[in-house]
Design a protein around this ligand. Sequence first.
Ligand code: SF4
Length: 499
Amino acid sequence: MADPNGFLSQPRVDAAKRAVDERLGDWREVYRHLDPDDRDRQVRAQATRCMDCGIPFCHSGSAGCPLGNLIPEWNDLVRGGHWPMASERLHATNNFPEFTGRLCPAPCEAACVLAISPDSGGAVTIKRVENTIADVSWERGYVRPVTPAVSTGRTVAIVGSGPAGLAAAQQLTRAGHEVTVFERDDRLGGLLRYGIPEFKLEKKVLDRRLAQLRAEGTRFVTGCEVGGAGPGAMPVERLRAEFDAVVLAVGALRGRDAPNIPGRDLAGVHLAMDHLVPANRQCEGDGPTPVDAHGKHVIIIGGGDTGADCYGTAIRQGAASVVQLDQYPQPPNTRDDDRSPWPVWPWILRTYAAHEEGGERRFAVAVDRFVGDADGTLTAVQLREVRVHKNPTTGVREVVPLNDEVHVLPADLVLLAIGFEGVEHLPLLDALNLKLTPRGTLACGRDWQTTTPGTFVCGDAHRGASLVVWAIAEGRSTAHAVDAYLTGASDLPAPVHPN
Ligand code: SF4
């Protein structure tokens, strides 16, 4: 039984980070690896703060965990030191808790009943407990391949090996289908591999999970663009002929650009992914990156996760200076402050580990123009102080200069981290004759089936750029739909529904 007063005696203690000097000397994960006994004791104490609420808002609903993670159950199991059972309950709803435990901004913690009152000491450290169960599960061998008991003889192609594609692949393989994942890159993992920096997710964590999927029977083909023209490409007609169902988990990687800002074409102005992908490749041993921040004055435009990833990457590359710009004012310290311009915590502008590592953030500013030299190379950015507001008549968000004052910052490298606009213009979309939504994502019905029968969608390709936890939830739900399509009914879970 949970202790309803545990939070009164046990303060919230977040996972400890390594010292800044130490973590800037390598690319390893920011969080400190504690001695296992200390770690287990600390996390068991954190789990005692959970009250096992009658209505656990952390667990599901519009604000809680999209996967329906059984948070009060595994908190109680951890409290009692029952790690194998905690691992079983965690994996019952989440294929990859080691990814969510590291990368998810934890909407469950925002929804935790203890987050409501400032006197409670804060939400249960759900993310820390989850990540620890995941790490313990791997260390002690609780995670093993789960091979299917039967074979259905049905075949499924999954296009894309990010978290949504991998979750769908694991669910469908375990249901007895023959699953092949096609990845256009040379290595598996999608954004987990080439979008997320090593200091947030060491790729050995991804590789050990991929080994489990392989051992369960999922097949992988890398360097294969479905519908592409290059060597190793897979024609769409062949895909349709050889597979009974197709799942598109191609992400939403079309980066938002700023074509109207004068000077956008100058050498040195890049989209964020032009920086992050080669930096991750360099960590994989692929040689120097063409967009290296070393010795440069770096300006990052955009205050979200991608901007913070560029920030930490630029600092580790040895940038001369790093400045991150945001149009919104410096956020308040609490979610209750109604001055906050941000929709709902934790999607407010947050302070990331990277922001402790140097550099500077500037708020309530917008770039007026990029300044270059006679050779067309970026040398500076010109800023204005601004206010963002919603036009009461049109409802459109407007950015209004506050005064005529102009600020100039030196810049050799600008990284645009201002969001994504839907799926890329992939040849397979035309070949499959797929319809897009106004948000640039793939349209689908209530059964996740796109406008082409037998072809399904999940993850960012359906939802738009979102959280890893949503990608896994959609992958699981699409697997349910595909299983039902192939066999007439499905026992697989479907934690979420299409928009
Ligand atoms: Fe525990 Fe918080 Fe969930 Fe309640 S809302 S069950 S205290 S984690």
